[in-house]
Design a protein around this ligand. Structure first.
Ligand code: PLP
Length: 455
């Protein structure tokens, strides 16, 4: 274990102990003392193909020894050409031009800038407004953070953020209709249409959304007609639809794009996290030629130049990851083991603290509540999600916590997103270890009377 100020690392959290992980293999991580942890969330929804894949490491080493870096402003190279070709072949509809970047936030910034520049290049510079959902999370750089409805991340920076028009997210567990017809305005898309009409389509550049909820709504799935309505509204009003699939894309929900089951193609698709399996920081903005052509005929470039865009070693990692996914049929495997995974996780529903379990593919959110009848969230001061995450780690299981989704401040959930190579036995272990963690926190809460500490 290591804790600040030991050493020279400015850690993400300066108040906790960090196990030192020295090795990973498949779904497992090993620390310096030899202790094993079952990686139930792919680190941060990233390690989709599992840890320790030799083919990806070899491809990166070969690329680094051949050519580590050239500027994307001056040169192209085989790694980016082949990665873009392979990625475009997987993307739905006409999405066929790939702009590789490094982080999800970075790619969201680029995608949103792309929409504004696109309209300016077509002579419609008044189209600047972004519409986004609440809850939503799109990243931590300032434009991506502006588009996010995550108030506790914004607290110190509010004066630096731009205004984004917000509509309620389709969130069946916490909205009026519960996700069944007749749908409430959030789930029907009426809330989006109302916002478009109120602001005026002539002022709107883009609507951005996560097609399956990421951490912000804990794998919440909208009623199926929702995304077709979004597509129809965006088409009718001339609004670009940006799908943020940083977390749920690249096969995580059992199809390459999480919009595929609805037959919906966004105007701009943003990918990140799993596209290079965590072997290199890699994200991508994917746009169709009809959009890229506007830039080609106009100013000639998307104004989002970055030193490490189109990076050879990152693209080699991305290409090797896509090849590994294909040769091991891992997206198909993700879809095939999903029912077993959801059956195992659904068994946690008998625990008093569990309000809802949902998700798709190898992605699940477990929402934790103080009262299952009223769906009342725990008070934030009880730190329930963090305690469950710590208790899971003590059980040798890594899960992802999220807070604030119930009302912007309160709300606790944990998420599971194991690598696509997870075995049935590992799925059972994930469920059993999480059960142990949830039971422990439940008994701590009732022993201290904190269950009454509702929001
Ligand atoms: N979009 C979504 C849906 C995310 O979940 C995240 C990160 O969790 C981001 C964007 C930002 O990605 P990154 O953390 O790589 O900057």
């Amino acid at each position: 274990m290591t804790q600040y100020p030991h050493g020279h690392v400015f850690y993400r959290k300066l108040t906790r102990d960090y196990p030192t992980i020295v090795r990973g293999a498949g779904c497992w991580l090993y620390d310096a003392t030899g202790r094993a942890y079952l990686d139930g969330c792919g680190g941060a929804f990233v390690a989709n193909i599992g840890h320790g894949v030799r083919e990806v490491a070899d491809a990166m080493a070969a690329q680094a020894s051949r050519l580590a870096y050239v500027s994307g402003a001056a040169f192209t190279h085989p790694a980016v050409e082949e990665f873009a070709r392979a990625l475009a072949a997987l993307c739905p509809g006409d999405l066929d031009h790939v702009y590789p970047l490094t982080s999800g936030s970075d790619a969201i910034e680029a995608a949103l800038k792309l929409t504004r520049q696109y309209w300016a290049e077509t002579g419609r510079s008044a189209k600047q407004t972004i519409i986004a959902l609440a809850p939503a999370y799109h990243g931590n750089t300032l434009l991506a953070l502006s588009a996010s409805a995550r108030e506790h991340y914004k607290s110190y920076y509010s004066g630096w953020l731009v205004e984004v028009v917000r509509v309620p997210a389709p969130y069946p567990y916490r909205c009026a209709c519960g996700g069944t017809p007749p749908f409430c305005p959030a789930c029907s898309g009426d809330a989006l249409e109302e916002a478009i009409v109120r602001v005026g389509p002539e002022r709107i550049a883009a609507f951005i959304a996560e097609p399956v909820g990421g951490s912000s709504t804990g794998a919440s799935v909208a009623p199926p007609p929702y995304w077709r309505r979004v597509r129809e509204l965006c088409d009718r009003h001339g609004v670009l639809f940006v799908a943020d699939e940083v977390l749920v894309g690249a096969g995580r929900t059992g199809t390459w794009s999480s919009l595929q089951p609805y037959g919906v193609v966004p105007d701009v698709l943003v990918l990140g996290k799993g596209i290079a399996g965590g072997y290199a920081p890699l994200s991508a903005v994917v746009a169709p030629q009809r959009i890229a052509d506007v830039f080609a005929r106009g100013s000639g470039a998307l104004l989002h130049a970055q030193t490490f865009s189109h990076h050879p070693v990152s693209c080699a990692a991305g290409l090797a990851t896509l090849q590994y996914l294909a040769s091991h049929r891992l997206v198909e495997r993700c879809a095939a083991v999903a029912p077993r995974f959801h059956r195992a996780v659904a068994q946690l529903a008998d625990l008093e603290i569990v309000g809802d379990i949902r998700g798709r593919g190898l992605l699940a959110g477990i929402e934790l509540v103080a009262d299952r009848t009223t769906r009342a969230a725990f008070a934030r001061w009880a730190h329930v999600a963090e305690r469950v995450t710590d208790a899971a780690l003590a059980e040798g299981l890594v899960v992802w916590p999220n807070v604030g989704h119930a009302d912007g401040i309160n709300g606790d959930l944990v998420m599971l997103a194991p690598p696509f190579v997870v075995t049935e036995e590992e799925i059972e272990q994930i469920a059993a270890r999480l059960r142990g963690a949830l039971a422990r926190v439940t008994s701590e809460l009732s022993a201290s009377g904190e269950a009454a500490g509702r929001s």
